[in-house]
Design a protein around this ligand. Structure first.
Ligand code: COA
Length: 434
C-alpha cells in the first residue's frame, strides 16, 4: 500500500518509456483502452508500432475518439477491435468485418471485466500526475476504465499534466505496473452545429423540464439545442453519463446549481466527459464535479432515486408501436446502445421523472421519415416499446406511456413530418392498427 513516504520511490521504480511499457503486451492478449477523450494517445501509438511483432491482440474500447490505426486495413493479423460503441473512426472497420461490435448496456460493461466474461490482460489509461498523497485522478474517463484497471494483469498509465483533475474516483500509484510520462493536449470534441430543426426540438424538450429537475443529456446537436432553451429554468442538476461544453454556460449563468439533487447534491455527477478545453478547464480541480464508475452513475436504481430525473436521448428511427432504434441503419451498426436504456429505465423509476427520446422527423435531407411504420429490416430495438415515455420531434411531443398501440400510432404520426403523415396513416390502416 502506498504511504505518504514511499510513493515517490514507487513512482521512480515504475517510470519507463512508452516503448518499454508496451513491450509487455503479448500476442493473444486482451487490451482495454481508456474511453473517449480519456484515450492515452501516446500508449496507443506505441502499441500500434508493435504491429509487426504481434498477432491476435484484441483491443476492447467503447467510443474510440483517436484515429484507431489498429483498425486500418493491413492490421488484421495483429489486432482485432472489439467495440462496445461504434464511432466515426471505427465504423468502416466494423462494417468491413475488421472489427466487431458487442452489445452491452454501458452500466454492465464493468461486470464483463469483473466477472471474467472478458478477462482483461492489459489496460492502457490516462491519469493526472499524483497529488501529495500519491493518488492520481482519472481525469475525463472513469466509466469502465476503473474496473479494467482493477482487473488487469498489467496496468499502464500515461501521466499527462494536460488532463484535468476531477473529483470522485481516484487511483493510487501502487496500482500501476508502468508509468509513462507524456504531456499532450487532450482529444477534443468540437461543439456540434445546431440548426433550426434541432432548435425547435430543443424548445419542445425544454418545455417538459421542470425547475429543480436532474438531467441526463446524450451527445450531439439535440442535447446542445435543449440547453439553449433552459436559460429561464431554476436549480437544475446534472447526473449524466457524460456532459459537454453546453453545460458550462448554464452552470456559469447560475441555472445549474445541483442544489435540488436527491443524490450527490451540489455536485455535477458523470462517468466521462467530452468537450473542448473550455470544459476541461471548468472541471479541473472543481470541487463540484465528481466522476464515478459507470456501474454507479448509469445504474437505473441509482438514477431512479433522483426526484424529477429527466433523461434526454436521441434515435435514428421510432416505429408506430414506440420501439426505438438508436444504433443501426438497416443492417449496419451505426453507433451503440451506450447508456440510453440505463437512463430511460432510471428516469421511469424516478418520482416525477421523464424519459425523452428526441429526434428530427426526417433523415437523408428529408427523404426518409424517422417515424416509421416498422423499424428497418435487420435493425435492432434499442429501447423497447415497454420502456418508452416521450418522443419529441420538431413537430411536437408524443406521450406514449400508458397508451394503447392505436393511441401510440396516432400520437407518433402527429409528430411526424407532414409530408409523410398520409402514407403512415395508410400503412397503419393496412396493418389493422386503426
Ligand atoms: N435511415 C437512414 N439514415 C438515417 C436514419 C434513418 N432512419 N436516421 C439517421 N440517418 C442518417 C442521418 O441522415 C445522418 O446522416 P448524414 O450524417 O449523412 O446526414 C446519420 O444517419 C446520423 O444521424 P444523426 O441523427 O445526425 O445522428 P446523431 O449524430 O445525432 O446521433 C444517435 C444519433 C441516435 C445515433 C446517437 O444519439 C446514439 O448513438 N444514440 C445511442 C446511444 C445513446 O443514446 N447514448 C446516450 C447516452 S450518451
Amino acid at each position: 500500500m502506498i504511504t505518504l513516504n514511499n510513493w515517490r520511490n514507487h513512482y521512480r521504480d515504475r517510470l519507463v518509456s512508452a516503448e518499454q511499457a508496451l513491450s509487455s503486451v503479448k500476442s493473444g492478449d486482451r487490451v482495454v483502452i481508456g474511453h473517449a477523450c480519456g484515450e492515452p494517445s501516446a500508449l496507443v501509438e506505441a502499441l500500434v508500432a508493435r504491429a509487426p511483432e504481434l498477432s491476435d491482440v484484441e483491443i476492447v474500447h467503447m467510443v474510440a475518439m483517436g484515429p484507431a490505426k489498429y483498425t486500418q486495413p493491413g492490421m488484421e493479423k495483429s489486432f482485432r477491435h472489439n467495440a462496445f460503441f461504434v464511432g466515426a473512426s471505427t465504423r468502416k472497420a466494423v462494417e468491413e468485418k475488421r472489427g466487431d461490435y458487442t452489445p452491452c448496456f454501458f452500466s454492465e460493461v464493468p461486470r464483463l471485466f469483473k466477472n471474467k466474461v472478458l478477462p482483461v490482460d492489459v489496460v492502457l489509461l490516462q491519469v493526472t500526475p499524483p497529488d501529495k498523497d500519491g493518488f492520481c485522478s482519472y481525469g475525463v474517463s472513469v466509466d469502465y476504465t476503473m474496473s479494467a484497471a482493477q482487473e488487469a494483469r498489467i496496468v499502464i498509465a500515461q501521466m499527462n499534466s494536460f488532463l484535468p483533475r476531477t473529483g470522485g474516483a481516484k487511483i493510487a500509484l501502487d496500482e500501476f505496473s508502468y508509468i509513462v510520462e507524456n504531456d499532450e493536449p487532450l482529444i477534443e470534441l468540437k461543439p456540434p452545429q445546431v440548426g433550426e430543426v434541432e432548435k425547435k426540438i430543443g424548445e419542445n424538450v425544454a418545455s417538459l423540464i421542470p425547475d429543480g429537475a436532474t438531467m441526463q443529456l446524450g451527445i450531439g446537436a439535440i442535447p446542445d439545442a435543449v440547453l439553449l432553451f433552459l436559460k429561464e429554468k431554476r436549480d437544475l442538476g446534472i447526473h449524466s453519463e457524460m456532459f459537454s461544453d453546453g453545460v458550462v454556460f448554464l452552470a456559469e449563468a447560475g441555472v445549474i446549481t445541483n442544489r435540488k439533487k436527491t443524490i450527490n447534491p451540489g455536485k455535477f455527477t458523470a462517468t466521462f466527459l467530452m468537450g473542448t478545453r473550455k470544459l476541461y478547464d471548468f472541471v479541473d480541480n472543481n470541487p463540484d464535479v465528481e466522476l464515478y464508475p459507470v456501474d454507479y452513475v448509469n445504474d437505473p436504481y441509482i438514477i431512479g432515486q433522483h426526484e424529477k430525473m429527466m433523461s434526454i436521448n436521441s434515435a435514428l428511427q421510432v416505429d408506430l408501436m414506440g420501439q426505438v432504434n438508436a444504433e443501426m441503419i438497416g443492417i449496419k451498426q451505426f453507433s451503440g446502445i451506450g447508456g440510453q436504456v440505463d437512463f430511460v429505465r432510471g428516469a421511469s423509476r424516478s418520482c416525477g421523472g421523464k424519459s425523452i427520446i428526441a429526434l428530427p422527423s426526417t433523415a437523408a435531407g428529408g427523404k426518409i421519415s424517422r417515424i416509421a411504420c416498422e423499424l428497418d429490416l435487420g435493425s435492432a430495438v434499442s429501447t423497447s416499446r415497454n420502456d418508452i415515455h416521450y418522443v419529441v420531434t420538431e413537430y411536437g411531443i408524443a406521450e406514449l406511456r400508458g397508451k394503447s398501440l392505436r393511441e401510440r400510432a396516432r400520437a407518433l404520426i402527429a409528430v411526424s413530418h407532414p409530408e409523410f403523415r398520409e402514407i403512415l396513416i395508410a400503412e397503419a390502416k393496412n396493418r389493422g392498427v386503426f
